[in-house]
Design a protein around this ligand. Structure first.
Ligand SMILES: *Cc1c(COP(=O)(O)O)cnc(C)c1O
Length: 434
């Protein structure tokens, strides 16, 4: 009986069957490979959707684990027991106060600032890539990271018992460095920006035979981001939103939310709908936003200079696909400066009680900018993706959030401090009104 169930499960399990070049369509076996040998285009995992249509229903998904693995059949792994550290199924919060402040009627916040285990959306992609890395027989895993990916790779490698060496630019925030070191990986801090780190890692991947989650394992890794699409659809009661706003670094996350929504339509889990896709970048590193605005079909690489380090990729691998999706869906790609990013972080914290990092500040500031420009309809069901946690980028808001009132342990000291702070508040209000 048990054996029969397993065999049945196995025939259901492998809906993914090839790697396929996004540019020329050449097909490859399911190995650790990310670039087409014919045209150097990126490779992507292909699925048999007719098989998924027969085996997956809303009920089978709802009966699954409370993690990204409830969507296992849409992910490129064969294991019955994938690495499950509780990643995914983060809250989709119906916004009240931020929505009112912006003048939106139906705003939702997808909160990956509390994703497990390392408080960013990267735990999704790493859980998938590392499960696949084990299946392919890698004993050492690695990555080129802007910070969050290194945290995630180091933590999940520790959990899975894999050797780990991660690469970051040497000028990252203290919280991102500590958040990797605590798991005892080998941490290489490279004197250079992310694009230089990435180039170095491509060479190491060729010479050392390691599994780089976002280089030679990238086709599997990037599929993990689809779960940000699936979860939102399920949490909205098996319906797609009208409009999403998400941050863009390499552009991968953005394109995979799109793929996730389309797969759910294809398999009949949700009704067809044109979801508008809008993307957010920091002005100090906005090659995708510039390509979008200038109507170009190519990316001009940039040298990053912004506090939003986690999304500062000057030569984004999936940038052009992100531009295509924004155009095709009648969305937008907008950028904001560092001051607006800090304002965005404070706005989300003050109105919703969510402390996000600079990437989330960027996304909220772009949301605000798009609403003010009339590019988001107040009636649209809009989902904004918050992808990282503010405790990791404390430097960014130091000096912008006030200070504690230090008092003696005496009632009169408390009373006079309270009076002083109320007077200050009144003065600030008068200034606002003037
Ligand atoms: C990596 C990252 C992103 C975007 O990543 P893509 O390369 O575009 O997939 C967004 N937000 C945070 C916090 C990240 O760490």
């Amino acid at each position: 009986m048990q054996a029969a169930t397993n065999i049945q499960n196995q025939t259901h399990t492998h809906a993914f069957h090839k790697l396929k070049c996004k540019e020329c369509g050449a097909e490859y076996e399911l190995e650790a490979k990310n670039v087409c040998e014919v045209c150097f285009g990126p490779l992507e995992v292909k699925y048999d959707y007719s098989k998924l249509r027969q085996t997956v229903t809303r009920e089978t998904i709802e009966a699954g684990p409370n993690s990204i693995w409830r969507y296992r059949q849409f992910l490129p792994v064969t294991s019955e027991n994938p690495i499950d550290v509780g990643t995914g199924m983060t809250p989709l919060v119906r916004s009240q106060r931020l929505a009112r402040r912006l003048g939106l009627k139906k705003l939702y916040i997808k909160n990956d600032a509390v994703n497990m285990p390392t408080l960013s959306f990267k735990d999704r992609v790493v859980s998938v890539a590392m499960t696949r890395a084990k299946e392919l027989g890698f004993s050492t895993v690695s990555c080129a990271s802007t910070g969050n990916l290194a945290n995630s790779t180091a933590a999940i490698a520790a959990h899975a018992g894999l050797d780990c060496c991660v690469f970051i630019p040497s000028d990252l925030e203290a919280g991102k460095i500590l958040g990797s070191l605590v798991y005892s990986p080998t941490l290489m801090a490279v004197k250079g920006n992310y694009d230089q780190v990435n180039r170095l890692c491509s060479e190491v991947a060729n010479t050392h035979g390691w599994g780089f989650v976002n280089i030679n394992l990238r086709p599997y890794y990037s599929e993990g981001s689809k779960t940000l699409g699936y979860e939102v659809a399920e949490q909205l009661g098996w319906e797609l939103p009208d409009h999403i706003v998400a941050p863009l670094a390499s552009g991968s996350l953005f394109t995979k939310i799109y793929k996730g929504f389309n797969e759910f339509k294809e398999v009949g889990l949700v009704e067809d709908k044109n979801v508008r896709f809008s993307g957010a970048q920091a002005e100090g590193c906005s090659p995708i936003a510039k390509a979008f605005k200038e109507g170009r079909d190519f990316i001009k690489p940039e040298k990053p200079n912004t506090i939003a380090k986690s999304i500062a990729i000057g030569n984004p691998a999936d940038g052009i696909y992100a531009v295509e999706i924004a155009n095709k869906t009648n969305g937008n790609i907008e950028s904001v400066n560092d001051e607006e990013i800090i304002e965005g972080m404070k706005l989300l914290a003050e109105t919703e009680g969510i402390f996000t990092e600079t990437a989330g500040g960027t996304t909220i500031a772009v949301l605000k900018k798009l609403v003010e420009a009339g590019k988001i309809d107040p009636e649209e069901t809009t989902v904004v993706y918050i992808t990282g946690n503010g405790l990791k980028t404390q430097e960014a808001i130091q000096g912008a959030i006030g200070e504690p009132l230090t008092i003696d342990a005496k009632l009169d000291s408390f009373e006079s401090a309270l009076e002083r702070s109320r007077t200050l508040e009144r003065l600030e209000w008068q200034q606002v009104l003037v």
